[in-house]
Design a protein around this ligand. Structure first.
Ligand SMILES: N[C@@H](CCC(=O)N[C@@H](CS)C(=O)NCC(=O)O)C(=O)O
Length: 207
């Protein structure tokens, strides 16, 4: 690789953390560019030229510009990671995809939104987001009973995609104590070589 990957991020973004974690697990040289989300930098033309959806994360790798966290995980795994992170076998790949969809669906609607409500005081239906979060955690608790990782017997991008918002769900007012299998899975992800944590929000520390 000639030049480092440019990674447009925001420190407290769980979506951006997926990319940060993958870059670190793969030990890929990269340059982090923090985007001023509170200041609206992501809705200005220079950033919209990179991502017309006006969101982080974005990566620029040579002439490849990509947005959307799970799409970026697919790219990094295929280009730099090999079979382990995203298998090519039809069934194994589909099992990974099930959890990328979960990350963009239920995790977005549940753990992401309870955290948005509590930490960032976003006006949204907290009760609905909480219901979705509890349903999701129950589903994961059952799924992880007897499994080490989400989509294979080793870590894949499914685990990378799902980790951050589940690990930080307590910032959204949801306790992880009742979910022993989920907590054991989080610990297994945290033990991976190259693991990097998502920062705890100063608001959460003050609460
Ligand atoms: N589907 C996108 C969602 C990204 C997303 O929601 N990013 C948030 C930060 S966590 C953002 O940039 N929000 C600003 C906005 O939507 O205006 C992904 O997976 O990357």
């Amino acid at each position: 690789m000639s030049t480092p990957i440019r990674f447009y991020s925001f420190p407290l973004s769980g979506h951006a953390h997926r990319v940060k974690l993958m870059l670190s697990l793969l030990d890929l040289p990269h340059e982090v560019i923090d985007v001023d989300l509170p200041g609206g930098q992501h809705k200005q033309p220079p950033f919209l030229a990179l991502n017309p959806r006006g969101q982080v994360p974005v990566i620029v790798d040579g002439d490849v510009v990509l947005y959307d966290s799970t799409a970026i995980l697919v790219y990094l795994a295929r280009r730099y990671g090999g079979e382990q992170w995203l298998p090519s076998d039809a069934v194994a790949a589909a099992r990974v995809q099930q959890f990328l969809s979960l990350a963009s669906g239920e995790i977005f609607e549940g753990p992401n939104r309870v955290r948005l409500a509590k930490l960032f005081k976003r006006e949204l239906d907290y009760g609905l987001a909480l219901d979705k979060t509890l349903g999701l955690l129950a589903l994961l608790e059952t799924h992880l009973d007897g499994r080490s990782f989400l989509a294979a017997d080793h870590a894949t991008i499914a685990d990378v995609a799902c980790y951050g918002y589940i690990a930080h769900v307590q910032e959204g007012g949801v306790a992880l104590a009742p979910y022993a299998h989920v907590r054991a899975w989080l610990a297994r992800v945290e033990a991976l070589p190259g693991f990097v944590a998502m920062p705890v929000s100063p608001h959460a520390l003050a609460a």
